[in-house]
Design a protein around this ligand. Structure first.
Ligand code: PEP
Ligand code: MN
Length: 339
């Protein structure tokens, strides 16, 4: 149920409503809108009619059911896109698009620092780099783990870029959160519910990637796991789904962007690197994602892709990335966005 507060409701009204929701056995979540607050009451769907009595409380305008199975992620609780703060000066979901870029994996100090300087120079606002890598094969490079996190922190110190890096299990989530500015949940873990709950209990923003065989509804239900634990800072990422097509590594489902924009208030970014698997296709799909309404991009960039430990074939060299960024500005402008 959504409890819509009157625009003139005072703090006491809201606190009484929160308490009543808890007494009725539901979990309240306050969602701040531009003109008024709404309170999402989530819990057992079967007995939700009892919440209707809240309508007579002071400061309450209406109590309405949320029709979608995903509640807190739904546009029904909030019409405007959520603006997720990343640092004091950077947020995602507003007019300014955010580009996250860097190598698939952190490999060496030289590699991550060269990557960070290059992507910053080209205009990226966030550095990406995996320290814990969820690989399809147990024989592939698994990442530098904590050493990789330390190198990311060093690159942040040198460039000022916040970092996004992947969390692969609940056990190491606290460790990753000590270093990362954004916690990435990868496609292979997008329905790892224990992990989703764990990052839902942390305070860092979460970049949730779409699982490679997930419907949009399932994707939003995964976001709901994070939101329902209390972490409202969720960014969605379309990174391609598995289809019969083999010319590209995945099929970047760009139609998911306008669909998500219609269904959720969470910001949506696109990953044209994993979405295509080939560096040649990254820039065109990045431009298309902006046209489709993406709030940002995550792009793999490596100073020496031929020798990368993972995902070299889809990684852009710094010069190509800079060229893409220059052209991207024009697409952003045409989409009424800033970059
Ligand atoms: C990655 O970002 O390097 C990655 C493993 O992505 P995905 O989870 O989308 O495959
Ligand atoms: Mn990768």
């Amino acid at each position: 149920m959504i409890i819509v507060m009157k625009s003139g409701a005072v703090k006491k009204d809201k606190e009484e409503v929160l308490q009543r929701v808890r007494e009725l056995g539901y979990q309240p979540h306050v969602i701040h809108g531009s003109t008024r607050d709404v309170i999402g009451a989530v819990g057992d769907e079967r007995g939700k009619a009892v919440l209707q009595s809240i309508e007579s409380m002071h400061g309450v305008e209406s109590v309405v059911p949320i029709l979608q199975p995903y509640k807190l992620a739904s546009k029904e609780v909030k019409r405007e896109t959520s603006i997720i703060p990343i640092t004091d000066t950077l947020s995602i979901g507003g007019k300014e698009m955010v580009v996250m870029a860097g190598p698939c994996s952190v490999e060496t100090e030289e590699q991550i620092i060269a990557s960070a300087m290059a992507v910053k120079e080209a205009g990226a606002q966030v550095l990406r780099g995996g320290a814990f890598k969820p690989r399809t094969s147990p024989y592939s490079f698994q990442g530098l783990e904590e050493e990789g996190l330390k190198l990311l922190a060093k690159a942040r110190e040198l460039t000022g870029l916040p970092v996004v890096t992947e969390v692969v299990n609940p056990e190491t989530a606290d460790l990753v959160a000590e270093y990362a500015d954004i916690l990435q949940i990868g496609a292979r873990n997008a329905q790892n519910f224990a992990l989703l709950k764990k990052v839902g209990q942390l305070t860092k923003p979460v970049l949730l990637k779409r699982g490679m065989s997930m419907t949009i509804q399932e994707f939003l239900m995964s976001a709901e796991y994070i939101l329902s634990e209390g972490n409202q800072k969720v960014i969605l990422c379309e990174r391609g789904i598995r289809t019969f097509e083999t010319a590209t590594r995945n099929t970047l489902d760009l139609s998911a962007i306008p669909v998500l924009k219609e269904k959720t208030h969470l910001p949506v970014i696109a990953d044209p690197s994993h979405g295509t698997g080939h560096y040649q296709y990254v820039a065109p799909m990045a431009f298309a994602a902006v046209a489709a309404g993406a709030d940002g991009l995550i792009v793999e960039v490596h100073p020496d892709p031929e020798h990368a430990s993972s995902d070299g074939p889809q990684s852009l060299k710094p010069k190509k990335f800079a060229g893409m960024m220059t052209r991207l500005k024009r697409f952003a402008e045409a989409s009424d966005r800033l970059l």
